[in-house]
Write a protein that binds this ligand. Sequence first.
Ligand code: ZN
Length: 200
Amino acid sequence: MMLHWILNPGLAINELILGQRVPKVTLIEKDSKKNLAEKCFIPCPHCDTIHSSLKWTPQNKTAFKNWFGLYCDNCGQTIPCLTNLTSYILLGLTLPLWIWFKKGWKQKWLLTQKEKFSKPLTLTTPEYNWVTQGLSWGFFMYVFTEILFPLIDSEKYNYYKLGFGLIYWSLAGLGFGYVMKKLLFRQTNKQSQDKTQQAT
Ligand SMILES: [Zn+2]
């Protein structure tokens, strides 16, 4: 998953625009009864606090906008994250455009994080609707790759390609949503099945 995060160029969009980040270090508990999200812990290298990965979820409004890293609510510093290779190149090329603002942006961002994390966080596994999640991801990728990128390259739109892209990204989105569900919630299903079996 970490290697995929670095190598897949599409994920630069998740990283640079949505601010979705993957920490450099994740600890995974060896307990098969929990699902992956519950098993993952993220250590802060500054204060050695071991955080539940469930602190950074959509329900806590902390899954995105993590452009500067993951905020540690114990020491107020940021937990270092991986950088996608494409993001790295894009950031390098555009360095003269943003370097002047980085400090100010980070200060502002840190204040927002402090406020977000001052509220009680929900540490339960979020509900995951793979169809909606997958399709919205597919739609997002469609808009970027088929509509915005050709616009930037001043390429002419090809209606055949636009139509094909819609089908392609819907299917890719559904595939993505399904794989993510399987990957993240495999153990939960097993556990709930066990519970049902026990109950009957
Ligand atoms: Zn810390």
